[in-house]
Write a protein that binds this ligand. Structure first.
Ligand code: SF4
Ligand SMILES: [Zn+2]
Length: 321
């Protein structure tokens, strides 16, 4: 049987400082939107596992393991492939138990860690946040994906609207929790150029909102998704890494002091964001350097051009300054 919880440590950046983070991926019943509506067109995280029933007790045990792995790191990132704040996915008593054991451990070590969790906007409520914010500082990451309701609905099938996201932001602001946003680069049915314009438009939209970090997720083709079907039929190409560099540059110029980043999964592979496969490594290195340097400086995105940039330019009619 596969382990239900994966835990490791990695370097991160928090409020402009290099720190150590504890990362945990816990297994839950999966995202409620997947269970209700079949999920988003690019998301393959929710393929059900039949070998164990994930109930509150099991989750308590998983979170207990996270608390005991905590060794005083400044940041704890917890991923569920769904919404940590959804009580149907992570029951309230499991959260409370976790807060208690982590709080005890933190007290012993004399530290106060920062927690990062992910959630769909409908679960961002004061009630759900209360046990977390009364004990730790907290950031909630939301997959807004795009500021366009049409693209979010027609291309991503995300099942919420921009107003829902804005309501959740209000809650985060009121409670003093931090806010991180994911934008999706190149959902299906958009050309490369439209995809770039969509992300740039979303950066503009976020410019004056309560958001401290914006992370761009380029689509990678995951198993069992609509995107995979289109990919197999030759109707979908994952985004170019040049497109990612372009939106990070323009996005950072718009976002100013906020942290802008990207952690592309499957980068440089056919099913992930890629260029010509000859230059991918160094382009990915620059993206990583930009995303994980405390200065988050645009000059880190300067990479030597490769001949394949001509094909990218031809398809998108964009170029770098
Ligand atoms: S992308 Fe997020 S909201 Fe959509 S199905 Fe996956 S986990 Fe659920
Ligand atoms: Zn190239």
């Amino acid at each position: 049987m596969r382990e239900l919880v994966k835990v490791w440590k990695e370097p991160e950046v928090l409020q402009g400082k290099r720190i150590q983070a504890l990362v945990a991926i816990i297994t839950t019943r999966g995202c409620s939107w997947f269970r209700r509506g079949g999920g988003c067109t690019m998301c393959g995280y929710n393929i059900p596992r039949g070998d164990v029933e994930i109930n509150g007790e099991v989750l308590k045990g998983e979170l207990e393991r996270v608390a005991s792995a905590f060794g005083g790191e400044e940041l704890i990132k917890i991923y569920t492939s769904g919404s940590f704040l959804d009580p149907g996915e992570v029951p309230q008593e499991a959260v409370e138990h976790f807060v208690e054991s982590l709080g005890r451990r933190a007290e012993e070590l004399g530290v106060r860690p920062h927690l990062l969790v992910e959630s769909r906007p409908e679960y961002v409520t004061e009630e759900a946040l209360e046990p977390l914010i009364s004990n730790f500082s907290v950031t909630v990451a939301q997959g807004l994906e795009t500021s366009s309701d049409v693209i979010r609905e027609e291309s991503i099938r995300k099942g919420f609207r921009t107003v829902d996201f804005l309501r959740a932001l209000e809650v985060l602001k009121r409670t003093g929790a931090g806010s991180k946003v994911y934008l999706l680069l190149k959902p299906p049915f958009l050309t490369e150029r439209e995809a770039i314009e969509d992300v740039v438009g979303s950066f503009e939209f976020l410019k004056d909102l309560y958001v401290q970090t914006i992370s761009v997720n380029p689509v990678n083709v995951q198993k069992g998704t609509l995107v995979e079907r289109l990919y197999r039929e030759g109707k979908y190409r994952p985004p170019w890494l040049w497109s990612l560099i372009y939106v990070l540059k323009v996005g950072k110029a718009i976002a100013g002091d906020r942290r802008v980043m990207s952690e592309p999964s499957g980068g440089g592979r056919p099913r992930g964001p890629h260029n010509c496969f000859r230059c991918d490594r160094r382009v990915l290195r620059a993206i990583r350097d930009f995303s994980y340097s405390p200065d988050n400086s645009l000059r880190r995105l300067e990479v030597d051009r490769c001949v394949c940039i001509r094909s990218w330019r031809f398809q998108t009619a964009f170029s770098f300054a």
